[in-house]
Design a protein around this ligand. Structure first.
Ligand SMILES: [Zn+2]
Length: 300
């Protein structure tokens, strides 16, 4: 028996010694941030990543002289505990702990038409339908088409950053699950990455909205548009104009609400505009935060 155990141990160490896999996984990620993970090897392989109850299979693609399996993952905005990322490779398995970094989110007080705070009974049917269709769109898992850095959908600055606690007409609501970007009505809105249009339709809160699938559960959304330049099923290039900005749905004025969801988890898209992405930073700042930077902030 002892001999057998020794043999197995010897075999195991022989395997690990022969492996050329190079795993790149961060140890710490800010709440509400997306982060890339990758495995490289000198031969083709398929990696299975398990993260927060979801399993994603990624086939390595040629990357110079090596093969690389890459995936974008998300740390939820409310994550407090460490999560384990499990990576299964043809000849080994690795469990890596990733700890969330706490982010101090902003609070924004907004005034909108009362029907968007207390929707009338007749709107409930559409709200429910929107929810179902959006949930189904966000459940899409296709081959990777995202690439970093992502493209800025409109040139304007941030008017309301991701993650801010929102108080509509005095009533607290869920944190902001996207980034509001300043733009005049009719500004061309560009796709953040290459992908396939999942939805291009009118929704109650988002107004005219587009959802684009970039693969592996990475989905971007563009809301409050005035017009569509694409329809569901269209394939789009990174930077392609997909619609025009506007002020449809729950808005205080014309702007683009730009959202990014990674395997169903909303994340701040702004850190992904820079390369390499910053996934250990704080909340993105809006043009208004910068104006008020020297004044004390209300802590209400
Ligand atoms: Zn918004």
């Amino acid at each position: 028996m002892k001999k057998l155990v020794f043999c197995l141990l010897f075999l195991f160490s022989a395997f690990t010694a022969s492996l050329a896999s190079e795993v790149s996984v961060p140890a710490k990620v800010s709440q509400g941030h997306a982060f890339p993970v990758s495995v490289q090897d000198d031969r083709p392989f398929t990696a299975v990543f398990r993260w927060r109850g979801e399993e994603l299979k990624v086939r390595a693609v040629k990357n110079g002289p090596l093969w690389k399996a890459e995936l974008l993952l998300a740390m939820p905005i409310d994550a407090v505990k460490e999560h384990v990322l499990s990576i299964e490779l043809p000849e080994e398995q690795q469990d890596l702990v990733i700890a969330p970094l706490k982010v101090k989110w902003h609070e924004s007080l907004l005034k909108v038409e009362p029907k968007y705070v207390q929707p009338p009974a007749k709107a409930m049917k559409q709200i429910e339908r929107d929810r179902r269709r959006i949930r189904r769109a966000l459940a899409s898992r296709t081959e990777k088409r995202w690439a970093l850095p992502i493209a800025r959908p409109v040139p304007g600055g941030i008017t309301s950053a991701f993650g801010g606690r929102r108080v509509f007409n005095g009533q607290p609501r869920a944190p902001h699950k996207g980034t509001d970007m300043r733009c005049q009505e009719g500004t061309p809105v560009k796709a953040a990455c290459a992908g396939t249009v999942l939805l291009a339709e009118n929704t109650y809160f988002g107004g005219k909205s587009i959802y684009v699938d970039h693969g592996q559960g990475v989905i971007s959304s563009y809301s409050h548009l005035s017009a569509f330049d694409v329809k569901a099923g269209d394939s789009v290039r990174k930077g392609q104009t997909i619609g025009r900005s506007g002020s449809t749905g729950r808005v205080t004025g014309p702007h683009l609400h730009f959202g990014l969801t990674v395997q169903g988890v909303a994340v701040d898209a702004m850190p992904l505009l820079s390369s390499p992405p910053d996934f250990t930073g704080g909340p993105s700042r809006s043009i208004f935060d910068q104006n008020k930077a020297s004044k004390p902030r209300s802590t209400r």
